[in-house]
Design a protein around this ligand. Structure first.
Ligand code: DAK
Length: 260
């Protein structure tokens, strides 16, 4: 991939995306968003990808936010266009049919935390600092942070983080349920790859249907959400992988799934 700030590598079934602009602590400008968008397209086009890990390049940051220098002189129209672009790209990341994991290896502030929030699972290093400090700059989160954080933590906790703008460390983020685990910096990628590999070993159609019904069901009344689950459960019995998974169990061997 010919990109300056976003690297994409495939390690077997795992897509590893690195926002790599360490001189600006991986801040998101329009170019980074465009390159991230292109990386998402490449992952979408790879039928062998089963999980995606997103992290930040360099030693200090996951992503320290939207690029403040680029935004500083935006007009209202430009700000709206920037927010539209951010929502579009993060929305595409969120809508990937494979699970996505944010490996938060340092600062995840503003747009950086919003990017992590668009992933399915968040793991953090002991060096991580997470927050939505936008009100310190007299703006509000513009890439979905007010909504995704509120859905994840509830209104009061999201309001405290957003109104104060104070960053929190990994331990506090874990206590709140924002991150799943906090591990030593050296162990972060190992842990994320372990989780990704495990997910990749499961029935791919089932994993992606599980993601779909969890996401789509979250915005529906329980009765309608359960109906989504019921339909997906039934449809999975029309897949080759369901036959293989259950036959392998009965035959006491490892299943060989085909994503079919
Ligand atoms: N943007 C641009 N450059 C950044 C940056 C950012 N968000 N964060 C850091 N950098 C740059 C610094 O300017 C510095 O560049 P040089 O001076 O070396 O050229 C370099 O990265 C290293 O940063 P520091 O020297 O500051 O490093 P420290 O270790 O001292 O401090 C820090 C690290 C993360 C505490 C500090 O850099 C910091 O406070 N950064 C800003 C964090 C922040 O406020 N993040 C939120 C950004 S606002 C919207 C759309 C989107 C958004 C809002 C509205 N609409 C369109 C409505 C989203 C907003 C945000 O994300």
């Amino acid at each position: 991939m010919n990109a300056e700030f976003v690297k994409l590598e495939f390690d077997g079934p795992i897509a590893l995306v690195t926002i790599d602009r360490p001189k600006a602590l991986n801040a998101l400008n329009l170019q980074v968003l465009a390159e991230l968008d292109a990386a998402i397209s490449q992952v979408t086009a790879n039928p062998d990808a089963r999980a995606l890990i997103l992290t930040g390049g360099g030693e200090k940051a996951f992503v320290a936010g939207a690029d403040i220098g680029e935004m500083a002189n935006y007009t209202t129209t430009q700000a709206l266009a920037f927010a539209t672009r951010g929502h579009q790209v993060l929305g595409r990341l969120e809508a990937l049919p494979i699970p996505t994991i944010a490996a938060v290896n340092g600062f995840a502030l503003g747009g950086g935390l919003e990017l992590a929030l668009a992933c399915d699972l968040i793991y953090a290093s002991e060096k991580a600092k997470l927050g939505l400090p936008e009100v310190s700059l007299a703006v509000i989160p513009g890439f979905g942070g007010t909504q995704r954080l509120t859905r994840l933590l509830g209104r009061a906790r999201a309001k405290e983080l957003i109104f104060t703008g104070d960053p929190i460390d990994g331990a506090k983020a874990k206590e709140l349920g924002l991150v799943l685990e906090v591990v030593a910096p050296d162990a972060l990628m190992v842990r994320c790859k372990e989780v990704a590999q495990k997910i990749a070993s499961r029935g791919p159609v089932a994993v992606s249907q599980a993601k779909r019904v969890i996401e789509a069901g979250a915005d529906l009344p329980l009765k309608d959400a359960n109906e989504l689950e019921r339909q997906a459960f039934g449809l999975l019995f029309g897949t080759e992988d369901q036959r293989e998974g259950m036959r392998a169990f009965v035959e006491k061997r490892k299943a060989a799934f085909k994503n079919a």
